[in-house]
Design a protein around this ligand. Structure first.
Ligand SMILES: [Mn+2]
Length: 334
């Protein structure tokens, strides 16, 4: 099913030997029909990302944009845990420029790990005022897979770009957000006010509000369980759209399978939520998911049959040992 999920249009286009028009691969049969794709948490795995985008026809082997007028959205978490987070950010920034020149679009949301990257860069070991014991970005960064090479490679240009990215976006009828949480409401009740509110924090020196941003965006699993669909509805009613597309929570953990066996996104919450983080950093594939999402035919979904009714794993179960992803886990009084 991987080819159906990740390769579809691009593979078909490549097989037809599309001509190159103005330096951009162009299929006359699909002229004017811009496709939209979404990619979840890359976590420093630049090579795997390029490979997956190439298989979809969006980039060449060197990572140059070949997607023409197609649209590609990233859901954040470019850094930490994998080898080259800054390389991933550089790639996404360049693809944004190249796609724009070709009449396409490459956009990115911030994930909680970008907040951690920036918080570490800005505040380091400065203690966060708290009644709950010692807290600092340095401590959370270290416990959540932070890489010194990413900190050292972070330039003012990266900071400027990152601090002006949105955290939620409505793309057609798809509501894109990094984290499967309703905590976004802390910053506003509609897409613009949430993004404005977060941007304000990212341009402030208020370590308490920075910490709130990291902490709240690190929560997860709001769309699971008996109240999950209601939480999705709450997001869709306020922010728009008919389906939430999110990363952040590894599909393998949600369906109880090894990451390497995951072949497609996780469709749940009454069909209103789609998880697309297949867990690159734990050995899963890099999914490039076409939107709007079309569920595969029933015979293709056997791997995901036992999903919603499973016992809800605790958030702790989703993290690699020693790298808890929840700030609370990292900041318990010792
Ligand atoms: Mn995340």
């Amino acid at each position: 099913m991987i080819s159906q999920v990740t390769g579809g249009a691009g593979a078909a286009r490549a097989a037809r030997g599309s001509p190159i028009v103005n330096g951009v691969e162009h299929d006359p049969a699909e002229a004017g029909v811009a496709r939209t794709y979404v990619v979840g948490d890359v976590h420093g795995h630049r090579d795997e990302l390029v490979e997956a985008l190439h298989a979809t026809g969006l980039v060449d082997r060197a990572g140059g944009w070949t997607g023409g007028t197609d649209h590609l959205w990233f859901l954040g978490d470019f850094v930490d845990r994998g080898p080259d987070g800054i390389g991933v950010i550089d790639l996404v920034m360049r693809l944004g420029r190249e796609a724009a020149e070709a009449g396409g679009q490459v956009e990115a949301l911030l994930g909680n790990h970008e907040v951690l990257l920036l918080g570490m860069h800005r505040f380091g070991g400065t203690e966060v005022p708290s009644d709950f014991g010692p807290r600092s970005f340095a401590r959370s960064w270290e416990m959540n897979g932070g890489l010194l090479s990413d900190q050292e490679g972070l330039t003012d240009e990266h900071v400027d770009w990152l601090t002006t990215r949105p955290v939620v976006a409505l793309v057609g009828d798809d509501l894109l957000m990094h984290s499967d949480t309703t905590e976004y409401f802390y910053w506003g009740d509609d897409v613009d006010s949430v993004n404005d509110g977060v941007r304000e924090v990212l341009h402030s020196d208020d370590i308490v509000e920075w910490w709130e941003l990291w902490r709240r965006m690190t929560t997860r699993y709001a769309f699971r369980g008996p109240d999950g669909e209601r939480a999705v509805d709450e997001c869709l009613a306020a922010f728009g759209g008919t389906m939430v597309i999110h990363g952040h929570s590894v599909i393998a953990d949600q369906v109880g399978l090894p990451p390497a066996l995951i072949e497609g996104p996780y469709h749940y919450a009454g069909g209103k939520a789609l998880g697309v983080d297949a867990g690159l950093f734990v050995g899963g594939p890099c999914l490039v998911v076409p939107l709007p999402w079309q569920p595969p035919t029933p015979e293709d979904t056997s791997w995901a049959d036992e999903d919603d009714e499973d016992e809800d794993p605790s958030p702790e179960d989703t993290d690699t040992p020693g790298e808890p992803d929840t700030p609370d886990d990292t900041t318990k009084p010792d």
